[in-house]
Design a protein around this ligand. Sequence first.
Ligand code: ATP
Ligand code: MG
Length: 429
Amino acid sequence: MDDATLRFEITRLGECHVPSPMRGVRFVGDDERVLYHARLEDLGPWLQAHAEPPAMEVAGPRERLLFDPSSIACGIVTCGGLCPGLNDVIRAIVLSLRYHYGVTRIHGFRYGYEGLVHRHGHAPLDLTPEAVARINELGGTVLGSSRGPQDPAEMVRTLKDLGIGILFTIGGDGTLRGAHAIVEEAGRQGLSLGVIGVPKTIDNDISFTQRTFGFATAVTEARWATYAANAEAEAARNGIGLVKLMGRDSGFIAAHTVLVNSQVNFCLIPEVRFSLERLLGDLSARLQHRGHAVILVAEGAGQDLVAPTGGKDASGNAKYGDIGLFLRDAISDHFRRTGTEISLKYIDPSYMIRSQPASPVDSAFCLLLGQHAVHAGMSGRTDMVVSFWNHEFTHVPIPLAVSARKKVDPLGALWSSVLASTGQARDLW
Ligand code: ATP
Ligand code: MG
């Protein structure tokens, strides 16, 4: 992205006059910043121009709050697909609101944005520390989730009726666009409502955050599928293990799963085009030399090869063709035609991975994300997400966070390491 368009200013609802009840912490100053560029060669032009380089606001507790903890009510909502750690983030927000600030009225909206629309009839849950005890040990989301558009005016009416001061939205790019629509509607109505997002993307494809929760768990769990694929492939003559993983537009999960061990021979991701002819040719050569092969394909890879479904989900996201099933059939057909007997095992662990509880590393990350979301909300910030950048938690405006997707760079270090690990040709096109 062009640096000139980088706008990291965070919207605030007003002046903060309420002293924070937190004790024994280092309060973060409102002028503390983390540089966007960590590399000197990127920063250099800014320093030469004496211009202020792009930088993100540092997250953390503020000494003065906008909201009075004794009177504020807060809401939490989870939307979109499942991702390990959703319950950890819910729990972290509840515990921080209650024990850092003393907030007692916390509503858990049911089934995504549906829960914010009165006529759907989903009464909110009363989220107390007792209600969220040990939910972090469970996969899924105790609040439920949904897709599909809801009217911002109706959602804001519900929030107004319940006296909500801060809404915490945990979800992906769609959820964040919905959150921004709520911010705009609240602004039109002159309502002092803070909306704070915790970005949820198992694919780790949201921009301006170097890490998202659930990604580490996904890679941790995905490795079992590659172990199984490899064991099956090695146990058979001309054995082929084919694994499909998450990754609609970005292949980070597949790429990192390759780096976990070196059993994968072909990694196929959305960012790198491949032709069926080249893949089948190199696969045949691999079988001739080694007698077995493991292929890892991200769900969004090779969409130019599969028949477009033309379908959309309830939220309007395009439904992708199934590249896993396509490759399974294409590989089987190819070797049948050439008279080569193979044994192909196809594994699609996606729903098993999405519904896992978070790994310890992700759980700790979720706890910190939730706490920083609460600190940001209590200090009157709005229309922002909590991000992780250059080893610090930061604030990023929602419009910037959803402005572009993060992708694997086919010429970058990650993809080079993947190619070195698989041994596949750089160009399969
Ligand atoms: P996932 O990564 O799992 O797809 P997501 O948050 O992107 O998560 P969506 O189903 O796309 O999931 O969106 C979640 C919610 O946000 C849905 O209720 C959807 O209608 C709403 N939403 C999506 N885009 C917008 C938008 N532009 N304006 C308002 N609401 C939106
Ligand atoms: Mg999405």
